[in-house]
Design a protein around this ligand. Structure first.
Ligand code: MG
Length: 259
């Protein structure tokens, strides 16, 4: 084939490709890089509320007991190995070397009760002080942090939907005292295309004080950038082993009721 014909053929092929949009060559600007601080804000700080004397709430008759102080049989590591946090004196304590733990069972809509305690000798500040968290359906984090006399960005403090919605109040007890969480969660409903038909919602109560009131969850928990909408079904409860260097926190009396 003569060279001129090759060129004509190539030009014609390119015209076809362009006409039918087979190859998208159009250049768009690169998305700008985000930093963690871009999704953190510090004011207004939620009011401090001294909680009443709510201490514990043993499991109702229809609850699934996830931790009764004896063993981690309801939990596993992210890779499926046995959960390796430390069980002692009726509580379990985060083992920072072993990573997060997740329930073996998956859940849709639920009422979750758990109690957590920051050690009396806790050190550090802002996010590096007793950081943990509860991930609902392994997707959406309700923050756990020692926010007693410890300020941080408000959409990352105790009872925030992390990096989304700050809590309505700061109802922390002192380090060394037990905090009680009751979390009522409604799972999302998805459209065929994977976006929310009905977004997930959550109510969070700490020590009898409402921190989240039927709050709409915007999407996945992201340390950097915006929440994403990712289609999912039933999921486990995940407890976070955070990488901060402060002393590890403990949990006790964890149960869940499916709704
Ligand atoms: Mg956390």
């Amino acid at each position: 084939m003569e060279r001129i014909n090759v060129i004509r053929l190539a030009a014609a092929a390119l015209a076809v490709v362009t006409t039918f949009g087979v190859v998208a060559q159009k250049k768009y600007p690169e998305r700008e890089k985000m930093t963690p601080g871009m999704s953190e804000y510090w004011t207004p700080q939620p009011k401090i509320v001294t909680p009443g004397n709510i201490t514990t709430n043993s499991a109702p008759s229809d609850a699934i007991v996830l931790f009764d102080g004896k063993d981690l049989s309801a939990w596993q590591s992210p890779n499926g190995d046995p959960a390796a946090w430390d069980v002692h004196d009726g509580v379990m304590t985060v083992n920072k070397k072993k990573g997060d733990i997740l329930t073996k069972q998956k859940f849709d809509n639920f009422q979750l009760h758990l109690e957590w305690c920051v050690p009396e000798n806790i050190s550090g500040s802002s996010q590096a002080r007793g950081n943990s968290g509860v991930f609902l359906q392994d997707m959406y984090e309700v923050q756990i942090l020692d926010c007693y006399n410890n300020e941080t960005y408000v959409n990352g403090q105790t009872g925030s939907i992390y990096k989304q919605t700050p809590p309505l109040a700061n109802a922390m007890r002192k380090p060394g005292e037990w905090n009680v969480y009751d979390i009522i969660y409604t799972a999302p409903v998805f459209k065929e295309d994977g976006t929310y038909r009905v977004p997930p919602t959550v109510t969070v109560i700490q020590n009898g004080v409402v921190l989240q009131n039927n709050t709409t969850i915007l999407g996945t928990t992201e340390y950097i950038g915006f929440p994403r909408v990712v289609k999912h079904g039933a999921g486990p409860i995940r407890l976070q082993s955070h990488g901060d260097p402060s002393e590890p926190i403990s949990f006790r009396n964890i149960w869940i009721r499916e709704m």
